[in-house]
Design a protein around this ligand. Sequence first.
Ligand code: GLY
Length: 591
Amino acid sequence: MNFAVALKTACVLLTAWAIASGHPAAAQEASERIAPEAGHGLRADVAPPATAREFMVVSANPEASRAGLAILEKGGNAIDAMIAVQVVLGLVEPQSSGLGGGAFVVYWDQKTQKLTTLDGRETAPAEATPDLFLDAGGKPLRFFDAVIGGRSVGTPATVALLETAHRNYGKLDWASLFEPAIALAERGFEVSPRLNASIGQSAESLFGYEATRDYFLSEEAVPLPAGTVLKNPAYAATLRDIAKGGAEAFYGGEIAQAIVDTVRGAQDNPGRLSMRDMADYKIVERAPVCVTYRVYEVCGMGPPSSGALTVGQILKLVEPYDLAALGPDNAQSWRMIGDASRLAFADRGLYMADSDFVDMPKGLLNADYLRERAKLLEGAGALPQDAVKPGTPPADHALLLAPGMTPELPSTSHLSIVDGEGNVVSMTTTIENSFGSRLMVRGFLLNNELTDFSFLPERDGVPVANRVEPGKRPRSSMSPSIVFKDGKPVLAIGSPGGSQIIGYVAQAIIAHLDWGMDVAQAVAMPHLLNRFGPFEVEADTRAEAFAPALEALGYDVAVKDMNSGLHAIAISTDGLSGGADPRREGLAVGR
Ligand code: GLY
C-alpha cells in the first residue's frame, strides 16, 4: 500500500468511527481529510437553472421542449404539453422513444390534489413463452441476437398512454396536439449531433433493414451527418391518422397490421406479436409508490417498474445517516449510497417484476425492515460481496424465487412539465435499446422492450420473478418521480440510462434535497453509482478523483462513460427552475 492510499485508508477508518460514534463534528472533520483535493469537488460549475413564473418544460431535445411550451402558451395543460413533446421526440430523438414503445407517467393533478401513475408498459405477446430468449440448447441468447428483429418487440403502449392521459386529464383538442410534430416531420428537422453519433454506433444493425437503411443512412451507407435536414412524411401520415382516429387508428386497422406484419416477418428473428395483442392492449392506472425521506415524500412508478421501489429503498437505507453533514465531497457519503444501492439491487434482482403476475413481498419499503437493513451500512468499508444478499422483507406468503439475468443497456428519454395550474408531469419514455428492435414501420421504430425480461426463466427449477410470460410487462428501471414537501410538489425528475436510471435519480434527489444543489447542479453532478459490484465512476469528470478513496474502502472501481439524461423542475414559492442534463441535448424552457 503506498503512502497516499494508506493515508486515505486511515482517514476513511477515522470517518467510519466518527459516523458510527454518532459524532457529527468528528465526522465532518474526518470527512474533510478524505475529500479530494480542493478544487475537485463534485458540485458542478454550470450555469444557473432556467427559471419561469408560470410553466415549464424540460425534455431531451429543444424542438420537443419548444413544442410543449407552445401548447402551454396556447392554454394547454401539462398533459397536453406531454403529448406534443412525446410526438416530437419520436421524430427528432427516434432512437430513444416513440409511438412504437412504452412509457410511465407520474402525474400530480392540482385541482383534485391527486397523485396518480399511468402504466404504459409494453406487454409480452400472448404467444410468448418463458424460453423466448433461450437458444436451441437452452442457453441465453447474446443480447443483440435477442434485440434485433421481431422477437424482442412487445405490444407498443405509448399511443394508448397518450390517449388515456388525454381522456382523463387533457384540456386542448386531441388533434391539435399533433400539429407541431406533423409540421416538423413535413418541413424537416436537423439531425442533431447526438442522433448522428447514435446512428454511427448502430450503423451496422440499421443497415440490415431496408426501412432503417433508407431513413438513417445516406445513399453511400454513411450515417446522416449532423445538420442534415431530415423529413419523415410516413411519420406525419401516421400522426395524422392518430390525430383523426385516436388510439383505435393505431391498435386496429392498417397501422396495427403493418406493425404485426413487420414483427412476424422480420428476417432471421421473427416475433410473435399478433393483431389480438394489439387489440387487447390496456393502460393501467396504478397507485403511486411513495417513501418518506427526511421531511419529504418521494413518489414514483411501482411495478412493473422497479424504479420507485429501488430508489425508495436506497433513500430509506441512507436516511439514518447524516449525508448533509458529510457532503458530496466525501467518500463516506458514496460508500453509504453505493452500498445502499447494492442492497436495494439485491432485493430488486430477486423480488421485483410485474406484480400482476408475481406475488411480490408487500414489505419491500417497510420502515422496520429497511431500518434494520440500514444497520449494514454502519461498518468502516465496503460491504463484502457475500453480505450483499437479498433481504427478507415482510411477506404474506412463502416465496421461492431465483435471481434473474437481465442485460439492461442505457437508452430512453425523460421529460418533466409543470403547467400554469400547478399540474406536474414526470414521464420516462422508451423503445429500450438505442433504435429499439431496429424495425421501422410507417416512420417510427418498434421497441425491443421484451429484452427487459430475464433471459433465464428459472435456475435449477426455481422460477425467476421477471421471466417471460404471455401478457406480462417486463420489469423496468424507469423512475419518473415527483417529490413532495408538506403535501405540495417540489421536484419533478427522472432520467434515461437502463438500470443506471435508479442510481442517477437517487443521486440527483440526494444532491438537491441533502446537499442543497440547485436543479442544474444536481443533474450535472458527476456520477458515482453502484449496482451489482464495481463502483461505477463517471469518466473524464471530477468523480474520477474519488477512485483511490473508493478502492481504499474495498471497492473495485470501473471508470466509464455514464450517459444520464436527468431532466428536472424544482417548484417553489419563488417559481420554477429547470435543469437539463448537459450530457445530452435537452432544454428547459418556460414563461
Ligand atoms: N427499457 C428501459 C427500462 O424500462 O428500464
